[in-house]
Every structure is written in structure tokens, then in C-alpha cells.
Design a binder for this molecule. Structure first.
Ligand SMILES: [Zn+2]
Length: 277
């Protein structure tokens, strides 16, 4: 039995020593594989370096996060697509991005975030569509980030609308840190995407999430930490890390009235199928 953390930013830890100590704790906690989600150009090299040091346990994604979309987003995307082509073709390193261990296993995170700032809303959508194009072209799954403006569900409605028009059966991916309602969760899985379930599941005010976990078949669920953010109880409010993933897994098992072993086996298999790891 082992767990897989399908979304972490372990490379944001300051310094290689701390990062590697964190990976030791992660492996000791039974979390055998982790996926490092990209956010911007600056994350590319730290992710590549980490994955090269932890080959077989750490896997790289590359993408432009919606809150990192600014005027220069086309340059950022061009840099990333070149990196993706180089690395996944095996030619590696030619533009200083480092060696990502083997190859990129996903695109992301990308999506729509209207929580902090709506001024680049159109550019966020354009960046998302560019990355959906990569997903089709390079046959890779996508890690979606969605965050609504406070008080409505505009970002979720927008991304569902965009994906409905793009999904021709060839797109695969996960809605990371899923926080929508059950009806939207059904639309997500009907389109063939997975739901990433994070530490919020352990919170007292977990909202609709426990109900979503009950209503959506476990074959469509993945586990994640989003470390260093959103630590599960009893570490809520502190810095999160991948070694805390089993706390969320055990909570899922409790909600579903299944064994932790079942939840680990099934969610790990889901992750292995989606990301080809
Ligand atoms: Zn993230």
C-alpha cells in the first residue's frame, strides 16, 4: 500500500537540504510518488532539479498558473513550450532549464482564478486555451486550477464552458483542489476529468466536499496536498508538506466507510493511469 500526492510545490522549500529532508519524510509516510505542479518560468528549473534528484519518486509538470498571467504571458508560454518539446523529445537542457528527471508528465497548473484579480481575465482564458492545445498536441494530462471570485462561481462556470467546447474525448486531466459543488463535480467527471481532493476535506468547514466525495465514484478521485498550502487537520494553518497526505486519505476512507488501504490502492492507481507514472 502506498499513496501518491498528485499536486505539490515541494520545490518552493528554501534550499536543497530542506527539500530533500521533506522528501525523506514523505517517503517514510508511505507517499511513494509526488507530482510537482508548475506555476511560472521561475519554477521550471527548481522542479527539474528536484525531479532529477528523486527519479522514480518525483514527476514534473510544466505550465503557467492563472495568477501568474500578466502582459508577457505569450513569452512565458513560448519558453515553456520549447522546454516541453526539448525535454519530452529527449534533447534536454538546451535552454538552461535543467534535466527534469525523465520527461514532463503533465501540463499545469493552468485555469482561471478570479479571486485576487480580474484584470487579466481574458489573458487567463487565452493562456488556458494555449495550454489545452499543448495537451492535445503532446498528449499530456492537464492540471486545472479554478478559483472563483468571492460570492459567486464565475471561474468554475467559465472553465466548464471552455472545456465543453474543447473536449473531443482526447483531453485528460484533474481539477486540482476541487472546491465546487456536487452538480459541477458530475459535469467534471462526465467530461472525463478527475477531481483532486486536498486537505480541505479534513476541515470542520469543508463545505460541499464530503458530499462530493460520497457522490462521485472513487475511480474519479485523486489525493493531493497542494503543499506548502492548505495543510490538513491537525496541521491546519501551518506549512503543509506531502508527508501529510495520508491524513486526507484516512479522512476519505472514514467518509466512504472503506479501509485506508482501499483508498490508497484505488487513488494511487487512478494517478498512475492519468499521469502514466
Ligand atoms: Zn498548486
Amino acid at each position: 500500500m502506498y499513496w501518491i500526492d498528485t499536486h505539490t510545490h515541494i520545490y518552493m522549500e528554501a534550499g536543497i537540504t530542506q527539500q530533500d529532508a521533506c522528501m525523506e519524510r514523505t517517503l517514510s509516510a508511505g507517499v511513494k510518488k509526488i507530482i510537482l505542479a508548475g506555476v511560472d518560468r521561475n519554477a521550471v528549473k527548481p522542479i527539474a532539479d528536484f525531479c532529477a534528484r528523486h527519479r522514480g519518486n518525483a514527476f514534473a509538470a510544466i505550465g503557467l498558473h492563472p495568477t501568474d498571467v500578466y502582459e508577457n504571458y505569450l513569452d512565458e508560454l513560448a519558453f515553456m513550450e520549447n522546454m516541453l518539446i526539448d525535454v519530452n523529445n529527449g534533447s534536454n537542457n538546451s535552454n538552461g532549464g535543467g534535466n527534469c528527471g525523465s520527461r514532463y508528465v503533465a501540463i499545469g497548473e493552468t485555469g482561471i482564478d478570479l479571486y485576487h484579480d480580474k484584470s487579466f481575465e481574458k489573458e487567463q482564458e487565452a493562456a488556458l486555451e494555449a495550454q489545452l492545445q499543448w495537451a492535445k498536441k503532446y498528449n499530456l494530462p492537464v492540471i486545472f486550477h479554478v478559483r472563483n471570485e468571492a460570492g459567486n462561481d464565475n471561474a468554475m462556470r467559465k472553465i466548464l464552458q471552455i472545456l465543453h467546447s474543447w473536449q473531443d474525448g482526447s483531453l485528460r486531466g484533474v481539477f486540482h483542489c476541487y472546491s465546487g459543488d456536487t452538480g459541477q463535480a458530475k459535469q467534471v467527471v462526465d467530461m472525463g476529468f478527475y477531481l483532486g481532493i486536498g486537505g480541505v476535506l479534513t476541515f470542520k468547514n469543508a463545505g460541499a466536499l464530503p458530499e462530493v466525495v460520497k457522490q462521485i465514484p472513487i475511480e474519479h478521485l485523486l489525493l493531493e496536498t497542494d503543499a506548502p498550502f492548505l495543510a490538513p487537520v491537525p496541521y491546519r494553518g501551518q506549512k503543509n508538506e506531502s508527508s501529510y497526505l495520508p491524513l486526507t486519505g484516512h479522512k476519505m476512507a472514514e467518509i466512504l466507510n472503506r479501509s485506508a488501504e482501499d483508498v490508497a490502492d484505488i487513488t494511487s492507481r487512478n494517478a498512475e493511469i492519468l499521469f502514466g507514472i
